[in-house]
Design a protein around this ligand. Structure first.
Ligand code: UDP
Length: 243
């Protein structure tokens, strides 16, 4: 938990840019306990407002970064700015890069059957030297959870990427943090689908203009309901007023 944390509608954020976030995660990798990293977007903040368990997990997390332009805007509006957005997919890629360079073992958990394995192949190609300690798809039953946790621990990874969607992945990590045997666990949403080449990211010009959400909406229209969290978030922040 960093000093100088800001709070948005009750959710803590570490005001760190990408480079600082990566450096913080690198420092976690030298310690023994499991550090939970969360990339939180407006949907996360709105969900935490109605889900006490999620709110408590966010408050206990070792690092919470601003995933998306909505959080950057709100933090600035409220007078407690964060330096830049730290998109979950980019942070996940930087963590994998760090792992490849320093010899940390990475475990990929989540996605439809075959996705994590495909993501592993693509990442190993893209980051020479990367060691994927193991993979597991994200559609196991609650009864299988014990086995999955035991398999992760037995593979002895340093870093665990969990792509089960928010808030399932945050709860899964928190619930099992003491038994996973990893130093860093991070929820990565649909990043494994992107790493596996199954879902494309928005083109650079859209990302730079903060329009990635629009691209995702166009190609995954089933996200519309979820995205209504964004206008609700904006209204709530405006109602809160500037400090
Ligand atoms: N997923 C999973 N198990 C589940 C539900 C979802 O592995 O029980 C995966 C799903 O296949 C997808 C990811 O979780 O890869 C969620 O992706 P989404 O883009 O919705 O997540 P976000 O990044 O928006 O949190």
């Amino acid at each position: 938990m960093g000093a100088g944390r800001i709070t948005l509608l009750g959710v803590p954020f570490d005001p760190l840019g990408m480079e600082e976030a990566v450096a913080r995660i690198a420092s976690f990798l030298t310690g023994g306990e499991c550090h939970q990293v969360v990339t939180a977007n407006p949907e996360t903040v709105m969900k935490a407002g109605e889900d006490r368990e999620l709110m408590e997990i966010l408050q206990a997390a070792h690092l919470v970064v601003a995933d998306g332009i909505g959080i950057v805007w709100a933090a600035r509006w409220l007078g407690t700015p964060v330096p830049e957005r730290v998109p979950g997919i980019e942070l996940a890629a930087r963590i994998v890069d760090l792992a490849a360079q320093r010899g940390y073992r990475v475990y990929l958990l989540g996605g439809a059957p075959g996705v994590a394995a495909e993501a592993a192949r693509c990442l190993e190609k893209r980051y020479p030297g990367l060691v994927i300690a193991g993979v597991q798809h994200g559609y196991f039953t609650p009864e299988e959870e014990e086995r999955v946790v035991a398999e992760v621990a037995a593979a002895r990874p340093h870093i665990l990427l969990v792509g089960l969607g928010m808030p399932k992945q945050e709860k899964w990590i928190y619930r099992n943090r003491q038994r996973l045997g990893v130093q860093v666990a991070i929820g990565v949403g649909g990043s494994l689908d992107v790493f596996a080449g199954r879902v494309r990211r928005a083109p650079g010009w859209m990302r730079r203009r903060g329009l990635e959400w629009l691209y995702r909406l166009l190609f995954q229209p089933q996200r519309l309901l979820r995205m209504l969290a964004l206008p609700r978030f904006v209204l709530k922040v405006l109602a809160r007023g500037r400090t």
